[in-house]
Design a protein around this ligand. Structure first.
Ligand code: HEC
Length: 218
């Protein structure tokens, strides 16, 4: 019994020493927080573990709408994707973007079927994407779009678009973006008329990060 107590006391002392050491390193400014260098592998693994477990738990009760695969949804989602996501997650035919290159963690290229496609159950994959778009991923650059007024139906339209995106050629991408309703935070089933502040009718730029539109220079 006393051996066990000694073991527990030893472990507590070791934990305390490790905690104190970490606190001292933090206080002395030795934990680098610049976005130009990756986290040490152990920190990345820990963050990824926490993120995946949390998203799985939080998205458990979410059921995708029965009409998620209807082409109308992907068409509506295309305009929002081009306006709100392509800068970080790329458009068809786009190699990379300034924002994506400079961000850490780097936003996944959603034009290619990403790591979430490893989830075999399509409804779990859709629920995961919905949750991530709605609530974001803290300290990563992935915004919580619900906080800027995106309604659930418009988020499902984006999820529908993400499912067709890897299958689109550059030309088809341009066509579906041009055929969309532009940038809108409201889904088609929303009964009240769209607010001017959240809706910009017209054709969004399919390559919002393209340098040909501005005089920006490094
Ligand atoms: C400012 C950059 C930025 C913008 C804009 C952005 N995202 Fe993200 N997104 C990220 C980053 C960074 C990650 C990865 C976070 C991580 O690895 O922890 C991410 C992750 C995701 C993921 C999870 C992918 C996976 O396979 O794990 C989805 C889905 C996603 N974003 C969808 C969107 C959609 C849809 C939009 C537009 C409505 C959007 N994002 C806009 C930065 C962005």
């Amino acid at each position: 019994m006393s051996k066990i107590l000694h073991g527990i006391a030893g472990a507590l002392v070791a934990l305390g020493a490790a905690g104190t050491g970490l606190a001292l390193a933090v206080h002395a400014g030795h934990i680098y927080t610049g976005a130009d260098q990756p986290h040490p592998p152990i920190v990345s693994k820990l963050l990824e573990w926490a993120r995946e477990r949390s998203i799985m738990r939080e998205s458990e009760g979410i059921t995708p709408p029965a009409n998620l695969a209807e082409p109308e949804r992907a068409r509506r989602g295309a305009g929002n994707y081009a306006a709100m996501c392509a800068g970080c997650h790329l458009a068809a035919g786009q190699e990379t973007s300034e924002l994506r290159t400079a961000l850490y963690p780097q936003p996944p290229n959603l034009v290619q079927a990403g790591k979430s496609s490893a989830i075999a159950d399509p409804s779990r994959l859709a629920a995961r994407q919905f949750w991530i778009i709605k609530y974001g991923i803290a300290a990563s650059g992935m915004p919580a779009w619900s906080k800027s007024g995106m309604e659930d139906e418009a988020i499902w339209d984006l999820v529908a678009f993400l499912h067709v995106l890897p299958t689109l050629s550059t030309e088809k991408y341009r066509q579906i973006v041009a055929a969309s309703d532009g940038h809108s935070h409201r889904g088609a089933d929303t009964p009240h008329p769209p607010a001017a502040a959240t809706r910009t009718r017209g054709k969004p730029d399919p390559h919002p990060n393209s340098h040909s539109h501005d005089k920006h220079s490094h």
